[in-house]
Design a protein around this ligand. Structure first.
Ligand SMILES: [Zn+2]
Ligand SMILES: [Zn+2]
Length: 327
């Protein structure tokens, strides 16, 4: 197999030939057909997550076909198309796993962070954490659903039922959430980097009823806001934009420091919450709804060996929607 490997934190991935791996008990081997590039991959490469480990193969928005099955795997077959998400394994016995919150597991394994991921021609996954994807939709179009879609979905659920929804940072996750929110009958207000008129136009094309800079106030107070950008400065800004009792959801795995702000921005029962990871139930719920909603992802494809270019373009905001690597 060939993989783009992070050998040292903060350096470029290196194209590397590796011996083919065999799936262990409970595992599947998947021939990768497409793997999305997520903001979290940048945090992995930059060493911004706790307990970084190298060498590691990043990538946790994997679409591929099973080509080998380990002992004891049930309900999956060779040739079947599956998606492999960020949540790669949970312990099953900690209080969070037992309480239906496996996204907070005490001993989790994350794809592309603490186990090798999908920036490769093949990968090994815990079969219980792979989602059957069926045959509808192209591999590239589906890949961004595996993280941007899933985390976006969980964030949207946690944002509550409010009709007026603000999205700060209009990248891969927001462009999917905007479509779900529209389908649910909500109004989307999109906030981008100030002056980023191209992304604002992209948001309007996806039916945002208003799009502007993150330094602007929306024309009406929001019921809830989701912050996908990794910028802590946005937290007080979003608090200012939500109504009394409104909720601000921080969806990123990493964020720059939140500046201090006057208590009156939080007063009147406004809330700040974060979203961490996903549960398998999130995946089942979202992937079942996605075809019904008719989500269309905007993707830019790169050959696998151009993973560094894809990461650089994501960092610089050089494309709308999501980047996807194709082996
Ligand atoms: Zn991700
Ligand atoms: Zn656990």
């Amino acid at each position: 197999m060939n993989a783009m490997v992070l050998k040292k934190l903060g350096t470029a991935l290196e194209s590397t030939e590796l011996a083919d791996r065999q799936p262990g008990p409970g595992e599947i081997r998947v021939k990768v057909a497409a793997c999305g590039v997520c903001r979290t991959d940048l945090h992995v490469v930059d060493g911004e997550l706790p307990a970084p480990q190298v060498p590691i193969i990043p990538g946790h928005e994997i679409v591929g076909r099973i080509d080998m099955i380990g002992a004891g795997v049930e309900g999956l077959c060779v040739g079947e198309r599956v998606g492999i998400p960020w949540l790669g394994h949970t312990c099953g016995v900690c209080p969070y796993c037992m309480g239906g919150r496996e996204n907070l597991c005490d001993r989790p394994i994350f794809t592309g962070y603490t186990r090798d991921g999908g920036f490769a021609t093949a990968t090994i996954a815990d079969a219980r954490f792979a989602f059957p994807l069926g045959e509808a939709g192209s591999d590239v179009a589906l890949a961004p659903l595996l993280c941007a879609g899933l985390i976006g979905w969980r964030s949207l659920v946690i944002a509550g039922e409010g009709k007026r929804l603000g999205l700060y940072g209009f990248g891969a996750a927001a462009h999917i959430v905007a479509q779900v929110a529209k389908w649910q009958g909500r109004s989307v207000f999109a906030f981008t980097r100030p002056g980023d008129v191209a992304t604002q136009a992209f948001a309007r094309r996806l039916n945002a009823i208003w799009a502007g800079g993150s330094d602007e106030m929306p024309p009406q107070p929001l019921d809830a806001a989701i912050i996908f950008a990794t910028v802590g400065d946005l937290v007080p800004k979003a608090l200012k934009a939500v109504r009394k009792g409104g909720r601000v959801v921080c969806a990123g795995v990493h964020m720059s420091d939140i500046p201090s702000f006057p208590y009156r921005l939080l007063w009147e029962e406004r809330q700040i919450v974060s979203v961490a990871n996903l549960t398998r139930q999130d995946g089942i719920d979202f992937l079942r709804l996605a075809p019904e909603i008719g989500i269309v992802t905007e993707t830019t494809s790169y050959p696998l060996h151009q993973a560094n270019q894809a990461l650089a373009d994501l960092r610089a905001g050089r494309f709308e929607g999501a980047a996807v690597l194709v082996p």
